[in-house]
Write a protein that binds this ligand. Sequence first.
Ligand code: SF4
Length: 357
Amino acid sequence: MYKTPELKVRLQSLGVSLPQMDKGRKGGAGPAAGKSLIFSGTVANVPTQSTFVSESPFSISFDDGRYWIAEKGNKLTKVEFPKIPHFYEKQTSDGVPMKKIALLHGASCLASTVCQKCVYYGTKNACSFCGIELSLLSGDTIAEKTPEQLSEVAIAAKDEGIVNHVTLTSGTQSGPDKGLGKMVAAANAIKDATGMPVQVQIEPFKDLSLLDDLPSGGVDSIGIHIESLDEKALALNAPIKAKIGLPSFISMWNKAAEVLGENQVESFVIAGMGEDIKKSLQNMEKMVRAGAYPFIVPLRPIPGTKLQHERPPSPEKMIPYLEKASEIVHDGGLSWKKSKAGCLRCRACSPLPDFEK
Ligand code: SF4
């Protein structure tokens, strides 16, 4: 029998087949092409749609009136799925289906991509792993969500009692703030309407004084995602972020931690893009010293992206990496438990919170 952190890693590396069930969203920002499972005191977003999933030993079975995670047909542990929200059937007052505005992520996070277009998408500067505009092409969302639409959905979701925090991401926008102004306007509207804590996710920009306005703009936490802590892997997979460079990320993480407080800054670190683990861990120490939590996520090869034929890293690679990363996080005094909002509080996409001591 696996311990919970190891089972989460195995499920995220190998995927789980869901016979005759909804397999989750196909595209969009973040780790799409997956579904959230709630089991053994944790929540995991696991791949369900990529081709490699058909070879996974893991599946969901139904027995004794409930669902189980099974390995090669043998039941391992009980599993539940987040309820399908009622607001998915509702519309905003301007007639847009609410499920095109925001979705339930993990067990209790309301998530929206404020701007579904990215200035790099479809260009040579696009990130190789990202499928942000796929859900726009499929008609599952709209290009830009207004603060009014987002606050209406947040009220509906909160009133149902299914969410207690919010994350807002975005494709990078043109202009010196890379889209921060739109994110803060959305956060402010949601905070005013519901009081829920809100995270925004943004690419680094030059004028760090823009971060000073986050607390008064309704923002509680921030994601500033470097994606890889190995320069070579970063240059190959996220050329713009490689050009920004680790020192600029460190400056922005430091400033954000100063403005929003300890444990309110995180950065996605994708594992499985050919990175040197030793180098990544060395840079992770610098990252944690700058106040940012390394939200390690195994590569999610999303159908329709450049990396669609890749595979997530194996559990054998992930487990020692996560054990070392958990020591770095512990020594730096960071913990997912202290995060107020967003991906770190949700933790469905990263097994690192489960490895914390
Ligand atoms: S960790 Fe972030 S991207 Fe993943 S399910 Fe939770 S809110 Fe969504």
